[in-house]
Design a protein around this ligand. Structure first.
Ligand SMILES: NC(=O)c1ccc[n+]([C@@H]2O[C@H](COP(=O)([O-])OP(=O)(O)OC[C@H]3O[C@@H](n4cnc5c(N)ncnc54)[C@H](O)[C@@H]3O)[C@@H](O)[C@H]2O)c1
Length: 435
């Protein structure tokens, strides 16, 4: 057997992968196939080269818009010093027996078919969040991932952010005491007078490349996994897909999943319940309505009740960014907040009961992602954790199951918002009941 075949056999057997030494991984780089290289795909690729350059060789890049395909190839040539094969057909990447690991950064509706095809080919995958467009699709990915001895890392990179790792430790050390309540939010705003050919004048109205046309932008391949496959070429839908239900769950699955995920990660071991019992969501298109043809809300609140008396209160609004992004873990003895993924604050309780002794003797404290951890972007660490899991050096911090547990509450919010009813999760049957 050739040395190369031996290496690939080793990598594909998880039990044996644990035995693959770091040295062997350094000498024999993992061969990476890259599926979809839009804004996130290109960013993740750069973050991969930042911390894991020596572990990888990107052998294939695939994208259905030739402009992004060319950009991805250029990143590989600049950072990796090799020239990858290029393709508009993701199955060419998956079917190449020389590819060890696959990154998938496609729009949400494509996650399921691409992940399932990669898993069937026994490739390790880094799969952007949300794990899938529906609860049922996500469950199938988890089942196959767990049956197949491959590593799956879902792109919920907050788990690799040292501030959240610190927050988790503080919670588990008892710093905030008993916990029944987390508040999470994400607020954004946009300058509607901005030039749409240069920047984003409204939520999720990303710049559409000027050169895009039916010859270089494969509309049929983009639509391939969508419910409605008969629409004529439409650049808004292609490049601003988050605004349409066919390709996205909107705020719930695009943004909220990061926060349900990190709430589980930070307080999960105290709460001892991973999924909510119920969700009620409401909102609408308040800020960016007609003539904008978006279908998903720009304003959404979702209220969750979990087992064991735990409550998650979420809100998102795209018309004012004063309060930015954050999670506030509110315990009996104190509060830990992680704000904008950049600062962690602890404050003891109580704040307002004058003259009473604090329940917690701990002093307030704060930490900064750069000053205290020198970690500009947790994505680089998240990718590194994935690659190290593939060579058996560690375990993936965001496996498929965690991705699904993060996504289910997102889907619950979408269903509740659309049905205008509360939705209930049946843990015994793993099914959602509306109203
Ligand atoms: N983890 C995070 O913080 C984070 C941040 C942003 C986006 N994301 C996720 O990354 C994914 C991509 O988002 P984005 O902002 O890069 O979108 P995007 O529109 O910028 O990029 C999507 C790319 O996929 C390509 N594509 C579409 N259909 C394809 C197909 N059938 N085969 C191959 N390529 C295809 C498009 O041409 C485009 O280049 C989404 O799942 C999104 O939720 C995650």
């Amino acid at each position: 057997m050739s040395q190369d075949l031996t290496r690939r056999t080793l990598l594909k057997t998880t039990a044996v992968a644990a035995a693959v030494s770091q040295t062997s991984a350094q000498n024999n780089r993992l061969r990476v196939g890259w599926i979809a290289a839009g804004s996130r795909g290109q960013h993740v690729m750069k973050q991969m080269y930042l911390l894991s350059k020596d572990m990888v060789e990107v052998t294939h890049v695939c994208d259905t818009y030739k402009g992004n395909l060319a950009k991805a190839k250029d990143i590989v040539q600049t950072e990796g010093k090799n020239t990858p094969k290029t393709s508009i057909d993701y199955m060419e990447v998956i079917n190449d027996p020389n590819v060890d690991v696959i990154f998938i950064a496609s729009p949400e509706h494509w996650h399921y078919p691409m992940a399932m095809a990669a898993l069937k080919a026994k490739k390790h995958i880094y799969l952007e969040k949300p794990i899938a467009h529906t609860i049922e699709q996500g469950a199938e990915i988890v089942a196959l991932a767990e049956k197949t001895s491959v590593v799956v890392q879902v792109g919920t990179q907050n788990r690799s952010n040292k501030l959240y790792i610190q927050a988790k430790k503080m919670v588990e050390d008892g710093l905030i005491g008993e916990i029944h309540y987390t508040r999470a939010f994400w607020y954004r705003n946009f300058d509607e007078t901005a030039d749409p050919t240069k920047t984003t004048p409204a939520a999720w109205r990303y710049v559409i490349p000027e050169d895009s046309n039916p010859e270089n932008t494969d509309w049929r391949r983009f639509l391939g996994a969508a419910e409605n496959k008969n629409l004529p070429f439409n650049k808004q839908r292609y490049f601003q897909w988050r605004n349409y239900w066919d390709y996205s769950g909107g705020i719930s699955t695009d943004l909220l999943v990061h926060q349900t995920d990190i709430s589980n990660f930070v307080v999960g071991s105290l709460v001892k319940a991973e999924l909510p019992l119920s969700c009620m969501a409401s909102g609408g298109i308040y800020q960016w309505g007609t003539p904008d043809d978006r279908e998903v809300p720009d304003t959404l609140s979702a209220i969750y009740d979990y087992p064991n008396k735990f409550h998650l209160n979420y809100s998102c609004f795209f018309g004012n960014d004063q309060y930015g992004y954050g999670e506030q873990f509110m315990g009996k003895k104190g509060t830990i907040e992680v704000m904008d993924r950049q600062n962690l604050y602890f404050n003891p309780q109580p704040k307002f009961i004058r003259g009473s002794k604090p329940f917690s003797p701990q002093a307030a404290l704060s930490m900064n992602y750069l000053k205290d951890f020198n970690q500009p972007d947790a994505t680089a660490d998240h990718v590194k954790n994935f690659l190290e899991a593939v060579i058996g050096k560690t375990k993936a911090i965001a496996p498929a199951r965690a991705g699904q547990i993060a996504a289910i509450p997102g889907h619950m919010a979408t269903q509740s918002f659309r049905a205008k009813k509360a939705v209930f999760w049946d843990a015994k049957t793993s099914k959602l009941k509306i109203g």
